[in-house]
Write a protein that binds this ligand. Sequence first.
Ligand SMILES: *Cc1c(COP(=O)(O)O)cnc(C)c1O
Length: 424
Amino acid sequence: MAEPRPSQEALALDAADALAPMRGRFHLPRGPDGRTAIYLCGHSLGPQPAAAATAVREVLDAWAELGVRGHHEGTSPWLRYHERFAPGLGSLVGAMPANVVAMNTLTVNLHLMLSAFYRPSAGRHRILIERGAFPSDRHAVVSQLHHRGLEAASSLIEVGPADAAGPIATEALLAAIEEAGDSLALVLLPGVQYLTGQLLDIATLTDAARRVGAVVGWDLAHAIGNVPLAIEASGADFAVWCHYKYLCAGPGAVGGAFVHPRHAGGHGLRRLAGWWGHELATRFRMGPDHVATAGADGWQLSNPPILSLAPLAASLDLYREAGMTPLRAKSLSLTAFCRRLLEARCPDQVAIVTPRADAEHGCQLSLRLAGGAEAGRRAYARLSEAGVICDWREPDLIRIAPLPLYNTHAEVDHAVALLSSALD
Ligand SMILES: *Cc1c(COP(=O)(O)O)cnc(C)c1O
């Protein structure tokens, strides 16, 4: 592949980018030719922040030097280690620090929330999700139904888009919520849909579901660190997410959860409990009865995997430094630029599935190729060979996500040029 020559426009946009230095704070993977790849896969696994190794090293050093005393001594004692993440996570999801916690992994957190918040009765037992939900979310919901002796056929409502893998209309979701009415126990939706990149109207949908008396949970896996969020103000009961996508905290990183402050005491929820959710003041008296910590911390079960938590500190520092408002502005610029180039250079071969309006998307664009799945797979393989890292999702989508923390307009320009030649 010839050396890229980015357009004047791409170069001018990058020259004016105040966030440009953030790119140097990441280890970016190399492509097959040994040069830095064009990494457009942060929606799946974020690249490694350079400071991640230091954060992990600090924990290893404290363990080596202090042994068990590391729980109470050193710069970040493990007893309260998880607390350092709450302010950063709270600001990313739009919640007070007391109402968020880094713990477990996404699907585990989803089960914890569903086990407490899904309280079916004879009349109110239905759960509403989107058709085409991320498989793990559907598995969690269906297995929770089975756990209560219920069946998906009668207790699960799945609302799909008009076009099989297109965006879901807010009106369709609102109509389904209205129709289910007082049979609706719980609504679980994605903040940003993983396949299409559609950003849902969290405030409107939460409000509608709560008005019919349902509990509302959000899966923010593809939303946190991607788009500005105001989960607490929306009134949602809970949210869960992972940190290995936009948050760059590493493969299998510890996940996160939000619980609305009206549930701070956990009353009436019959939630599952473990010792790390017991209030700190009396936890080590080792008494038989559980006294929950107020807020999201009360949902913890085990003492957390400190080594797996450590890299999150590095990426939250980067988010704090960059600021979500400038990140979103650059993200909109990158994604709009990408869309414009795709529309100009491959108008007949590429259909962009992701909605166009700013309020309805984050970084990601999902591309469906005119030649169908086979053409899509071939173009994806050629992009990979040319050093563009993105992903292919069955049945027929290429997902690309330019991220404002480390991508440039020149990279977007180059990637679209490569895609357009891969389609020839
Ligand atoms: C990434 C993702 C998951 C992954 O679940 P883990 O428990 O972290 O393996 C689940 N749901 C959604 C919507 C996702 O985007």
